[in-house]
Design a protein around this ligand. Structure first.
Ligand code: PBG
Length: 329
């Protein structure tokens, strides 16, 4: 309740100096709030820039230890691995996803061997980095088949779990995949492998730069609207989350982030489950390029990240995660 009135009440009194403002701060960021995405690429000694994502790179596996070590030093609890798969390894059904020697599998093993349990590893479950058409599943007559795709996702999940992945993150939006993946994991002795479901994933143009980063941009035929959510909808998000919780999700993701703060809040208020937000590539690139051009001050980064916390997110996937100490002052 708001009580009191001007002039005896002056809300500006609590803002009169830095210490006074710090005293009443309601939301803050710590390294524990962040997950760092890392893009992987074949080859040796490579740190390749991504044209549409300023200051973000694709790393060859021999550079990975350095990147992960930095993330650990910065205090981040988890990294997320994304492969840029060579074009010649992509096909209609994304079979490279099931190759135990693919980029992600090799990376998980390397990181686990070197860093054990010092940092969590999260891996996408979806076929888009591996399909020649850039879709997240098996395509038939321009439609992504649900149940046929799940069969492959189950195998992809199990392989990644076997390699040592800590958190599987299905980002494909097929119906029923969380339950099927959970069942398979449990049957095979991976009852402690967590599932972070991308439960609420909108069909968004904010993913553009990411598709550039993983090399699916020019390949994508059509759009992803027959499986990812319509951005006009909000209550539908609750149905998606409810189902995934029933099926065994440990955490859920809302994605993109900034244009969907209302959804983060909605999910958080309706379910007692950890909610993650993904500040996606397009959000990142908009902010970063405007800052680089001098159009806007870099404090917009902190301002945007804090908004996720205000909305109720437990953690944020962000391409800024490894540079927070430069941003959060
Ligand atoms: C793929 C996937 C996407 C992102 C994460 N996993 C892209 C998509 O669905 O097309 C986007 C991340 C970003 O834009 O930063 N399933």
């Amino acid at each position: 309740m708001i009580t009191g009135k001007y002039p005896s009440l002056r809300l500006r009194r609590n803002r009169k100096s830095s210490w006074a403002r710090r005293l009443i701060q309601e939301n803050n960021l710590t390294p524990n709030d962040f997950i760092l995405p890392i893009f992987l690429i074949d080859g040796k000694n490579k740190k390749l820039p991504i044209k549409t994502m300023p200051d973000v790179y694709r790393y060859s596996l021999d550079k990975l230890n350095y990147v992960v070590e930095k993330a650990i030093k910065k205090g981040l609890p988890m990294i997320a691995l994304f492969p840029n798969t060579e074009k010649k390894k992509k096909n209609e059904i994304g079979s490279e996803a099931l190759n135990e020697d693919n980029l992600v599998c090799r990376a998980i093993q390397m990181i686990k061997k070197r860093f054990k349990n010092e940092i969590g590893i999260m891996c996408d479950v979806a076929l888009d980095p591996y399909t020649s058409h850039g879709h997240d599943g098996i395509l038939k007559n321009r439609y992504v088949l649900n149940d046929e795709t799940i069969k492959v996702l189950i195998k992809q999940s199990l392989i990644q779990a076997e390699m040592g992945c800590d958190v599987l993150a299905p980002s494909d939006m097929m119906d029923g995949r969380i339950g099927e993946i959970r069942k398979t994991l449990d049957k095979n002795g991976f009852e402690m492998t967590q599932i972070l479901s991308y439960a609420v994933k909108y069909a968004s143009s904010f993913y553009g730069p990411f598709r550039d980063a993983v090399g699916s941009k020019g390949l994508l035929k059509g759009n992803k609207k027959n499986y990812q959510m319509d951005f006009r909808n909000n209550t539908e998000a609750l149905r998606e989350v409810a189902l995934d919780i029933k099926e065994g999700a440990d955490m859920v993701m809302v994605k993109p982030g900034l244009p969907y703060l209302d959804i983060i809040k909605l999910v958080k208020e309706n379910f007692k489950i950890p909610v993650m937000a993904y500040q996606v590539s397009g959000e990142y690139s908009l902010l970063s390029s405007a800052i680089k051009k001098g159009l806007i001050d870099k404090e917009v980064i902190l301002e945007s990240l804090i908004s996720f916390k205000r909305a109720g997110a437990n953690a944020i996937v962000s391409y800024y995660a490894d540079r927070l100490d430069e941003i959060v002052k």
